[in-house]
Design a protein around this ligand. Structure first.
Ligand SMILES: [Zn+2]
Length: 168
């Protein structure tokens, strides 16, 4: 506990990824707002962020069933549908790809890694302990900021930098 949100580090060079991949998760974020979207990005040694797999955000369902245990709904949090991400992993592995990132959106908030996001990513039951986290900020129905948060090998702490499309 006692974690604080982690912001994008200004002045740090952005991580560049294929425009097609970026467009895909941005479209997902716009479609699901005002709820948060979530999913996986898989890839291989040649292209780390190659394929986007959408997963359903079930947080509103959990919140309705048990609001004490799940105080936030899908507008403020995400809970990836388990069969969606298991299917995605299986499909990716069959094509020689591995899960390299989990993405989710923030609606009406910036691209930062919240205390809750950190808790979730570091939870013993989280299925992807070593992946990057992409956070898509959506304001007024448009994507306005993209960031990627990765664990620093030495310190074990997450750091953030912006994410941009490669110029082709
Ligand atoms: Zn978040």
């Amino acid at each position: 506990m006692g974690r604080e949100r982690i912001d994008l580090e200004e002045g740090r060079p952005p991580l560049l990824i294929a425009r097609r991949v970026l467009n895909e998760f941005c479209a997902h974020a716009r479609e699901t707002q005002p709820e948060e979207c979530c999913g996986l990005i898989t890839g291989d040694g040649e292209q780390r962020f190659r394929t986007v797999y959408r997963c359903r955000n079930e947080m509103t369902l959990y919140h309705r069933k048990d609001p004490e245990r799940y105080p936030r709904d899908g507008k403020k949090a995400f809970y990836m549908n388990e069969s969606d991400y298991l299917k995605a992993m299986e499909d990716a592995e069959s094509r020689g790809e591995t899960v390299n990132a989990v993405y989710h959106s923030h609606v009406g908030a910036g691209s930062y890694f919240s205390a809750m996001d950190q808790e979730f990513a570091s939870h013993a039951l989280f299925p992807f302990p070593d992946v990057a986290h992409v956070v898509i900020s959506v304001w007024d129905e448009q994507v306005n900021q993209l960031g990627v948060f990765e664990r620093d090998d030495a310190s074990g702490q997450f750091t953030g930098r912006s994410l941009e499309a490669e110029r082709s």
